[in-house]
Design a protein around this ligand. Structure first.
Ligand code: PXG
Length: 445
């Protein structure tokens, strides 16, 4: 397919859309436009095929343009395009919550719907604070995040997040009472680890230091990504998450896993907490929930958390929180069709069977010029490049651009190239992805 897919946009026509997390002026001077998608591929507006190495943005886990999802969405739009879920309900919202509870980590059987990862995070933080209040510990309002963490862009998520560029502009407007654990990226000790790094579990003990500083009785929750994505793929050292869980348990602090990218099969189990055998109290999800087809997020809560809210007069609203589009019928239809595909094709565990092939392919990039680390887990991979002197991110951005020109889409963040392909990827596509990236790294000074 080489035909022009859409009429070219003039430069003026690119101005009105203020693009998110984008260098607007640079992009608009030389736009990269996607016009069609199918399976493992995008096609650009001028008809070039591009292998999708990042599942859109970590969300299209079952591959693009799945007919079952399209049909379910069309059917739902024709049946009932919208219904409120405040003091009303509609059947497939309940059906979806039940289906999610079936694949959830142990006990996480209460589901609150949102429209994005950012909303899931802010919802989970509010539930955590509300939970302590409901059980008579209303002084527990402090939240602990982690350096380099990404929890979306709401005020709550930004505040517990730890990425400096997302924070520095908004300094004085951060949610108060937040502290941060140290991140676990340590290239000196762990470079080129295959899978989880061995060094670093002790970094979880920093939580004890924060507890000693603030006192446990002031802390509501700790939130971490089991594997950080946005900051450039940071893996938990062996034993680290278990240790966090132990410290939280000992101190009655809730543990929140942000599984917006790790959820729905990315690392070979439905959720990372199952892969790592550590069960949180709350879990935030989005992205793969609908295969990216319709915006939707979900917060999973342990039953005890939901139960704590269920008190007072029966006619009282237990949690003053929700979105007009919580459990939007079209999103529910997309999610149900997505879960059907995941089940039918075994996609929630497929990453586990591809993991060793993926690991070998990704680690073949060790030894290429400027490569200072390679990281992998499940179907996540990252190559970290040495930054150019005085120009952080420039080398990796050039690699990203050249890959795109050569028909492969990867993701750049700082000096890291991240990969997270749709879970339907085949061996020859893994090979193409890694061969193209390797050739580009070799060609980039
Ligand atoms: N939490 C985590 C762990 C995320 O990865 C969000 C929350 C926010 O989700 P929404 O739906 O509000 O965007 C995310 C989003 C990247 C990249 O390149 C990652 C995300 C978004 C855009 C780019 O790694 N994750």
């Amino acid at each position: 397919m080489n035909a022009q897919l859409t009429p070219a946009l003039s430069h003026d026509e690119l101005d009105a859309f203020w693009m998110p997390f984008t260098a607007n002026r640079q992009f608009k001077a030389k736009p990269r436009l996607l016009a069609r998608a199918q399976g493992m591929h995008y096609w650009t507006d001028d008809g070039r095929e591009v292998l999708d190495g990042v599942a859109g943005l970590w969300c299209v886990n079952a591959g693009h343009a799945r007919r079952e999802i399209t049909e379910a969405v069309a059917k739902q739009l024709g049946t009932m395009e919208f219904a409120p879920t405040f003091q009303m309900g509609h059947p497939i919202a309940f059906e979806l919550a039940n289906r999610l509870a079936e694949i959830a980590p142990p006990g996480m059987e209460r589901i609150f719907f949102t429209n994005s990862g950012s909303e899931s995070v802010d919802t989970a933080l509010k539930i955590a604070i509300g939970y302590h209040r409901a059980r008579g510990a209303g002084q527990r309002t402090r939240l602990i995040g982690r350096e380099k963490g990404y929890h979306g862009v709401g005020f709550g998520g930004m505040s517990v997040g730890g990425m400096v560029n997302n924070r520095k502009t908004f300094g004085a407007s951060m949610v108060p009472g937040v502290d941060h654990l140290p991140h676990t990226l340590d290239i000196e000790h762990n470079a080129f680890s295959r899978g989880l790094p061995q060094w670093g579990a002790h970094l979880a003990n920093e939580l004890e230091r924060l507890i000693a500083l603030h006192d446990a009785s002031t802390i509501a929750a700790v939130i971490v990504e089991p594997i950080s994505g946005s900051a450039g793929v940071i893996l938990p050292p062996v034993g680290y998450l278990k240790r966090l869980r132990e410290i939280c348990d000992k101190n009655e602090i809730l543990l929140i896993f942000d599984e917006v990218i790790t959820g729905f099969g990315r690392i070979g189990k439905p959720f990372a907490s199952q892969a790592f055998d550590v069960t949180p109290d709350l879990m935030t999800t989005a992205k793969g929930l609908t295969n990216g087809a319709v915006p939707m997020g979900a917060v999973f809560a342990q039953r005890k958390i939901y139960d704590a809210f269920m008190q007072g007069p029966e006619n009282s609203i237990e949690l003053f929180h929700g979105y007009t589009y919580s459990a939007h019928p079209v999103a529910c239809a997309a999610a149900l069709a997505t879960l059907d595909i995941y089940a039918k094709e075994g996609l929630l565990t497929r990453a586990a069977s591809l993991a060793s092939e993926w690991e070998k392919a990704v680690h073949s990039m060790r030894g290429l010029p400027h490569v200072i680390d390679v990281r992998n887990f499940g179907l996540i991979g990252a190559v970290e490049l040495e930054p150019r002197a005085g120009k952080p991110g420039a080398r990796a951005f050039e690699v990203f651009l050249k890959c795109f020109e050569r028909g492969v889409m990867v993701r750049q963040t700082g000096d890291v190239i991240a990969m997270s392909p749709p879970l339907i990827i085949e061996s020859k596509q893994i090979a193409k992805l890694v061969e193209t990236l390797s050739a580009v790294i070799r060609d980039t000074a």
